[in-house]
Design a protein around this ligand. Structure first.
Ligand code: ATP
Ligand code: MG
Length: 240
């Protein structure tokens, strides 16, 4: 579904991604871990071209999206993204936040988009918040709404960049629970997170990025039980 070929991102003389060759198959749940500044966010943002790679290619569903001739906007609609900071529009109601992109980008009728928004809100038990504004919500509620807002576009893959890092501890569980449900429903997911419990439980593959390279990856069982790379051993000794 997603393939990177010798992906590099360089800022000035700082090599942030140093040649990443990875394939993410439909239905996989890839959890990306690594030290701060190792390039995890940059990697994720290159997958949907929020960052333009310096060199190399990104392929999505058979299209080379790094090719300037490619209609990235159309393809990007198929890739949902959730950030650490929820990025809801503060001046729009919850329902308007959810329906904006389906109406604007997919040309969905307002009634249909509203119906879908209410369905999604009902799924997470927040149907009574449809007309609320983001500042009236808890962090966990905001992040769950950011997730269903992405789902309203019917994406083929969901990219998460530390979706629980900005949350108060008591809100983390509800967001991880929703992500788990998505995973169980078959969604293809790439998740940067420090939640090792989530990685163990949900990942089909855990990837260790260090100094802009994938230094090791494995099933969660092997990744945590039997790490090989010394930097990964050191990293795990600090986070586990
Ligand atoms: P964290 O765990 O702290 O989120 P990360 O692994 O996500 O870290 P990135 O955000 O991908 O790391 O950043 C990797 C490196 O690239 C960092 O050294 C960062 O300072 C640098 N970097 C990121 N964006 C830019 C930019 N727009 N201009 C210059 N340098 C950048
Ligand atoms: Mg980051």
């Amino acid at each position: 579904m997603i393939e990177t070929k010798d992906l590099k991102k360089i800022y000035g003389d700082h090599v942030v991604l140093n040649g990443i060759n990875e394939t993410i198959q439909k239905g996989e749940k890839v959890v990306v871990v690594g030290p701060s500044g190792s390039g995890k966010s940059t990697f994720l943002r290159c997958l949907n071209l929020l960052e333009m790679p310096t060199s190399g290619e990104v392929w999505f569903e058979g299209n080379n999206i790094t090719d300037p001739k490619c209609d990235i906007n159309k393809l990007r609609q198929k890739m949902g993204m959730v950030f650490q900071q929820f990025n809801l529009f503060p001046h729009l109601s919850v329902k308007e936040n959810i329906t904006l992109a389906p109406i604007k980008l997919l040309g969905m009728k307002k009634e249909e988009a509203d119906k879908k928004a209410i369905e999604l809100l009902t799924r997470i038990g927040l149907q009574d918040k449809a007309d609320a504004y983001p500042n009236q919500l808890s962090g966990g509620q905001k992040q769950r709404i950011a997730i269903i807002r992405a789902l309203a576009m019917n994406p083929d893959v969901m990219l998460f960049d530390e979706p629980t890092s900005a949350l108060d501890p008591e809100m983390v569980g509800e967001v991880l629970e929703l992500m788990k449900e998505l995973a169980d429903a078959g969604m293809t997911m790439v998740v940067v997170t420090h939640e090792m419990g989530f990685a163990r439980e949900v990942a089909t593959r855990v990837m260790f990025i260090d100094e802009g390279q994938v230094k090791e990856q494995n099933t969660p069982e092997e990744f945590f039980r039997n790490p090989q790379n010394p930097r990964l051993k050191d990293f795990l000794s600090k986070v586990l």
